[in-house]
Write a protein that binds this ligand. Structure first.
Ligand code: ZN
Ligand code: ZN
Length: 893
């Protein structure tokens, strides 16, 4: 079975019996996202081979792990005696049959070989709609409980589940199987990648490698989980996790225990007195230093305010400050999440608690500004952060009732598989979804709260999880109390401090900027109640990076040393610039000026990218001069650059019906103009990769409903040398003059522009960007352009051929391939057509660049070098016939 991308799947859907969809950038081919198996049908009828050893592994000593597991045997008893699996936890009939079929598949694979197994479907139907799944959960079928817990995390309505089938599938052609996949398909709809949703992956832990200790048990009989996360069992786990961190016995938790920075927030809540008096009092270390003499540890809370919280939270105000300091607020009047946070703090015997809305004056902008920029210190110095992940607002609290089975592994045993016994748990992605897909994870402020905190205790929909910045194990959960051996967590990366090499990374190394880019990408997708907080809510993380980048300067979400490449971020089609208001947010060249997800530019350190601009000056004016990473008053970049007026419009001529048949038309025309507005060329990106563009505004890619034409200026920022796999390219910004149609003169006389998008131009069109025609009153210049472009097309194409010929030669050992001969023929013909003999590829494979006297023996150099030689030669010729554009000094704001 081959791994295909999604487009291939759609094309080949009818021809395949099975296929796998691999997420982009996934290298581990075990880690596939979607399996689609065409018409798997029901599992073959009760497969059974009487001759093989059965019930080899049904050890009597195994105890039923769940309290009412006695009924499990009843369920099992309804299954045919020929069952291929034994299950120590309970399964409903439907789930048992499906796993039974998996056992059969494995057995065929083992006993009859891969070929025999190839004829068997690697999937089968599990549940048909919601009813049997809910019945399974009611019966306490372990697998049904897992599925239902996942569907709750996905927040999927029962009605839509009822219109779906749930299938179980696995990767064929390999044993042992490492994961089981569970997918939803829409009933009655044809199978396609769109109609196949991989909702759950179960990781298979063979008992031969992983014993009960992985699940925090001394033996199989000691599996205990409570039906609430508020239980003493849960509390003891959490206390143990903190103790493990603090004890640092394995030396891996040094990052979680940094040198003590004696830095307390301005105000804190007194947990100790609250537990005694039921009144939560505010305290100020500056006013009552005695109270903080011996007890200086505090915990923080990350929570969603939500719509409800914006008006209903009992926030701290100038008016109630004195009362809160003197008497406090009755605990009973606090929202459930805050009450729970007080309780959790008391678990750890911690006296102080910090909650934003109760510790910062919410009706005093000065107090808010002063305190909000201290978040870095507040979260970083807290003993731990309580994270109310599953609560959309304060009313929902931290704790949850849950089925204990949801945090216990399923234990099954495949008969005849050399005693193959294994544990099934949710795989890494599924486990972390309960954090990354939670209501809290969408919030902008919470992003850095989680990243900056040394330790986070997550309260998810069904279990508590521990995340610290240890090298490993930085993660533990109620399912894996001792930590998991997962290879990847949280998008493949732990909290960034946990990267053991982050601190040790060479200053300014690419890895630091890559880490920053990851943060930009994730952060840009977060939601803000007040979008004006966008800079300040990231300022703590920027400070953390300033430590790793001591020679660099932070410029509104971008690092100075990465200019101009980092200006080439791209807005997603759904994002848009934050509308101007009385609060200045960020310059248009910063991705922080955009409301919605963006993609940072992939910084190139290979040396094949070079800058086309000269950065003269960068200015940022911070609201607080001491916090340059926080809110700004003003920012600008002054640069010398090329500039060309351009227009982008939908290419109506090239957008007939068949574009729709190809899955949406995206043909556009790029019109490049001279400074005086005269059109110099027009390029279509239909059929070719002539150019790519993206606007910062919300726009529909077909430009059907938007403006008919977008006019602006192209400012080329970088040029990429051609490689064997990519052509020459220029990347730059689309800008427009500030202040309407006229160019506004800046302070120093330079014109001021704002960014409206990005544009890349590829291949032979690049040369055209840098030059303009000399107007000599004749049309000759324009014809020369055409000839040159044609010429370039031929040379680029001939190199494609040469490349092919080269590899052919290598494989066949021939001196000269036919294709190469052809290509040279074409090249020669083209060079005859053009009067100036820029390049001559003669029969002796000599490339001579006239007038420079340079001789390049192209039989000795690689294809890439030859491309350079051509580009340089053409460039030189262009320089002679055309005027190179002057660099202009402009200011970007
Ligand atoms: Zn079930
Ligand atoms: Zn730790």
């Amino acid at each position: 079975m081959n791994l295909l991308d999604s487009d291939e799947i759609l094309t080949l859907n009818d021809k395949l019996t099975s296929f796998v969809l691999v997420s982009p950038n996934r290298v581990d081919d075990d880690d596939v996202d979607i399996f689609v198996v065409k018409a798997p049908g029901p599992p073959p009828s009760t497969p059974h081979d009487e001759t093989r050893a059965s019930s080899a592994a049904h050890p009597d000593e195994t105890t039923e792990p769940c309290p009412d597991a006695a009924q499990g045997s009843k369920v099992r008893a309804t299954l045919p005696e020929t069952a291929s699996i034994d299950c120590m936890t309970r399964l409903c009939d439907i789930c048992h049959k499906a796993l039974n079929y998996l056992g059969y598949y494995l057995d065929v694979f083992r006993s009859k070989g891969k070929e025999a197994a190839e004829d068997l479907p690697t999937a089968c139907l599990l549940h048909h709609g919601a009813k049997t799944l809910q019945d399974g959960e009611d019966e306490r079928c372990h697998l049904c409980v897992f599925l239902m817990a996942t569907l709750r995390v996905e927040r999927l309505a029962m009605e839509s589940i009822d219109q779906s089938n749930i299938e179980i599938c696995w990767q064929s052609n390999t044993t042992p199987i490492k994961r089981l996949h569970f997918a939803l398909t829409h009933r009655g709809h044809p199978r396609s990648a769109k109609n196949y949703w991989n909702i759950l992956k179960l990781h298979i832990w063979p008992s031969s490698e992983f014993d009960t200790a992985l699940f925090g048990m001394s033996d199989e009989g000691s599996m205990k989980r409570h039906s609430s996360t508020e239980s003493a069992l849960t509390r003891d786990n959490a206390i143990h996790w903190l103790e493990r961190c603090q004890a640092n016995e394995d030396g891996k938790h040094s990052q979680c225990n940094p040198a003590v920075v004696d830095c307390l927030p301005l105000r804190l809540l007194d947990v100790k007195s609250a537990m005694e008096t039921s009144m939560l009092k505010l305290a100020m270390p500056a006013d009552t230093p005695d109270a903080f003499d011996s007890e200086r540890q505090y915990v923080t809370l990350s929570h969603c305010w939500g719509k409800w919280g914006a008006s209903e939270l009992p926030v701290l105000t100038k008016e109630n400050l004195a009362k809160r300091l003197r008497d406090g607020v009755p605990i009973s009047e606090l929202p459930k999440t805050f009450q729970d946070a007080v309780k959790v703090a008391s678990w750890f015997n911690i006296r102080w608690l910090w909650i934003d809305s109760l510790c910062i004056l919410q009706n005093c902008p000065e107090d808010w500004q002063r305190e909000s920029i201290k978040m870095y210190d507040i979260y970083k110095n807290a003993l731990l952060n309580i994270s109310a992940d599953d609560s959309p607002d304060g009313r929902f609290g931290c704790f949850r009732d849950r089925d204990p089975l949801a945090v216990l592994p399923i234990n099954i045993c495949f008969r005849g598989q050399e005693n193959w016994k294994c544990w099934l748990t949710q795989d890494a992605h599924a486990v972390f979804n309960s954090i990354t897909k939670s209501p809290l994870a969408k919030r902008g402020w919470v992003f850095q709260e989680r990243q900056l905190s040394r330790r986070v205790l997550h309260f998810t929909s069904h279990e508590l999880m521990w995340e610290c910045c240890a090298e490993a194990p930085y993660f533990a959960s109620e399912t894996f109390p001792g930590g998991t051996p997962f290879k990847s967590v949280f998008n493949g990366k732990p909290k960034f401090q946990a990267k053991s090499n982050f601190g040790a990374m060479e200053h300014g190394s690419p890895a630091v900027f890559q880490a920053w880019n990851t943060i930009c990408k994730e952060y840009s997708g977060k939601v803000f109640s007040h979008v004006k907080d966008k800079l300040v809510a990231l300022s703590g993380l920027a400070q953390e990076f300033e430590v790793a980048l001591p020679d660099d300067t932070y410029l509104a979400g971008i690092w100075r040393s990465t200019l101009p490449q980092s200006l080439l971020w791209q807005s997603s089609g759904e994002s848009r610039p934050v509308p101007p208001s009385k609060h200045y947010l960020a310059p248009t060249w910063s991705w922080l000026s955009i409301d919605g997800p963006i993609s940072p530019f992939h910084l190139d350190y290979s040396g094949s990218t070079y800058s086309l601009v000269n950065i003269v000056d960068v200015k940022t004016t911070a609201v607080f001069s001491s916090k340059r990473t926080a809110s700004l008053k003003d920012a600008s970049i002054t640069m010398r650059c090329f500039m060309r007026p351009v227009e982008i419009r939908p290419d109506y001529k090239k957008k007939p019906w068949y574009m729709l048949a190809m899955g949406g038309g995206k043909a556009h025309e790029l019109v490049i103009k001279d400074e005086d507005g005269e059109e110099t060329s027009r390029v279509s990106n239909f059929h070719s990769d002539a150019f790519h563009f993206s606007f910062d505004i919300e726009w529909d890619q077909d430009m059907e409903s938007g403006p008919e034409v977008v006019a602006g200026y192209f400012v080329p920022l970088t040029m990429n040398k051609p490689t064997e796999n990519s052509s020459l390219s220029i990347q730059g910004l689309l800008v427009e003059p500030v202040g309407g149609d006229g160019q506004v003169e800046g302070e120093e006389g330079e014109a001021t522009y704002r960014r409206i998008g990005v544009l890349s131009v590829f291949g032979p069109h690049c040369q055209r960007i840098k030059y303009k025609l000399v107007h000599d009153g004749t049309n000759e210049g324009e014809q020369d352009w055409d000839r040159l472009l044609q010429r370039l097309r031929v040379t680029h194409q001939s190199f494609e051929n040469m490349k092919r010929a080269e590899s052919k030669n290598e494989s066949e050992g021939e001196v000269k391939g036919e294709a190469e001969g052809e290509a040279e023929g074409e090249a020669e013909k083209a060079s005859e057509e053009i009067n100036t003999k820029v390049i001559e590829a003669d029969s002796r494979e000599q490339l001579s660049v006239s007038e420079r006297g340079a001789q390049i023996d192209i039989s000795l150099v690689g294809v890439t070098e030859r491309l350079y030689a051509f580009d340089e030669a053409v460039d030189e010729e262009l320089g002679k016939r055309f005027e190179r554009l002057d660099l202009k000094k402009i200011k970007l704001v």
